[in-house]
Design a protein around this ligand. Structure first.
Ligand SMILES: Cc1cc2nc3c(=O)[nH]c(=O)nc-3n(C[C@H](O)[C@H](O)[C@H](O)COP(=O)(O)OP(=O)(O)OC[C@H]3O[C@@H](n4cnc5c(N)ncnc54)[C@H](O)[C@@H]3O)c2cc1C
Length: 411
């Protein structure tokens, strides 16, 4: 039975865990990272990598984004198309016309490719010990740390555990005591198709807000090699209240919805349709304690409006690495000391998460959504304003101000 002693154990080699390990290595600190899967492995996701992912990658290594740009498994994306409940669509570039851009602001890549690409960087780093096929199921507190036990008999003792084991995190439930709350949790279903017609020439991602599934949406995201990632997401409490079967709703939309159906007439489903949870960051949680920090989905950080979680997972990995460096330097792994991780991370993310939560609530009013899309299509300045919202949070804050709608009404 292998017994490992390490200062820092990272559980989960998704975007959160791998980022944490790579940022630690940047500080010259070694770590052990384990994952139950053997890479490359699939992850149920929409596969959209936002500007925040690009921002964190740039902090890791300025050459990484250049590498992605020339990688054939990564598709550059230049914007988003919103389709309002009445079917009217609004095309918004990710950056305003004021900003000069040469590279795509976002990417779309199957997670099997993105996560493997990032994990390869960790595997190549001499400061990072990686263990695959190692599922951690049990924990035991010891005097100056935590011992983690894997199902294959490996025993790892660490002074600090950075738990990055995703939406169904055993660590977050058993040690941190985090609950999954239906009003702050979403379910998403993902399918891969080939040959979906009408995909955007600039690889804009498409979000279709359909009345029956509000405040969730149906999405179509283009991928390399003629693939598209197609899915549907909805808040868990709304699903139970309306007795929605997500798979049936998905099949109905693809085969019957007036404007969506025709896009799938010649499309072929590739593999299975799969469902997974999205723990939303619409509520602050206790994301650290004695000898541990939680990151990514284990810390419930997904954007409650867009469903974007990869960027926040990587960002939390970066903040966790910074905190771990302080813990080691001061030999302090206590709950009190780790509280500064919660503060720093929420200082960075909370205003954004809260705003997205307000927007999620606004989307509950289909007529308001229809109205904004209608006005924006007729008004170049408003389209520009919405475009700027992807770059500037203050601009986004306008959307929750009633005066904004009043001005629109008379514009
Ligand atoms: C349907 C759907 C669509 C989505 N679409 C998007 C999107 O388009 N863009 C976006 O930004 N976000 C999207 N998200 C959210 C995004 O997938 C997550 O936020 C992101 O994967 C979180 O990264 P993570 O590293 O925290 O967790 P994960 O990516 O889930 O990684 C966790 C890792 O931990 C490992 N692990 C789990 N349990 C154990 C264990 N007991 N022992 C050892 N290892 C373990 C897993 O094998 C996995 O590799 C979507 C989510 C869903 C469900």
């Amino acid at each position: 039975m292998p017994i490992i002693n390490t200062n820092i154990l990272i559980i989960g080699a998704g975007p959160a865990g791998t980022s944490a390990a790579l940022f630690l290595a940047q500080h010259g600190v070694s770590s052990t990272i384990v994952d139950k899967a053997v890479f490359p492995r699939d992850k149920i996701c929409g596969d959209a990598l936002s500007g925040k992912v690009v921002e964190v990658l740039n902090k890791l290594n300025v050459d990484y984004v250049e590498e992605l740009t020339s990688h054939k498994q990564f598709l550059g994306s230049w914007g988003v198309t919103f389709v309002a409940p009445n079917g009217q669509s609004l095309r918004i570039p990710f950056k305003s016309s004021k900003t000069e851009i040469k590279k795509a602001p976002g990417f779309i890549a199957k997670r099997i490719d993105f996560d493997n690409w990032l994990f390869e960087k960790a595997k190549a780093n001499p400061l990072i010990e990686t263990l695959e096929g190692c599922e951690i199921r049990k924990f035991e507190r010891i005097t100056d740390g935590i011992t983690a036990y894997s199902t294959n008999g490996t025993q790892i003792t660490a002074k600090l555990i950075i738990a990055c084991d995703g939406a169904y995190s055993t660590f977050a439930k058993d040690i941190a005591g985090l609950q999954t709350e239906p009003a702050h949790n979403c379910f998403g279903l993902r399918a891969y198709y080939k040959n979906v017609s009408g995909l955007d020439a600039q690889n804009f991602i498409e979000l279709h807000f359909i009345k029956d599934i509000l405040p969730g949406y149906f999405w179509i995201f283009p991928l390399p090699d003629g693939y598209a990632n197609v899915g549907i997401g909805m808040r868990a409490d709304k699903m139970s209240a309306q007795k929605i079967n997500l798979k049936k709703s998905f099949e109905r939309l693809v085969s019957e919805h007036p404007s969506i159906r025709q896009r799938f007439e010649n499309a072929r489903l590739q593999g299975d349709v799969k469902l997974f949870g999205l723990p939303l960051g619409s509520k602050k949680r206790k994301i650290s304690g004695n000898n541990y920090l939680l990151c990514g989905d284990a810390a419930q950080l997904i954007d409650p409006f867009t469903g974007e979680g990869i960027g926040n997972a990587m960002m939390s990995g970066m903040y966790a690495a910074h905190q771990a460096v302080l813990c080691l330097a001061q030999s302090n792994f206590s709950e009190n000391f780790n509280q500064q991780y919660n503060t720093a991370l929420y200082n960075r993310l909370w205003s954004e998460l809260l705003l997205s939560y307000r927007m999620q609530q606004l989307v509950n009013y289909p007529s308001l959504f229809n109205f904004v899309v209608h006005k924006a299509n007729a008004n170049a300045l408003l389209r520009e304003t919405i475009s700027c919202m992807f770059e500037d949070l203050d601009m986004r804050a306008r959307l929750k101000n009633p005066l904004f709608y009043l001005k629109l009404l008379f514009s």
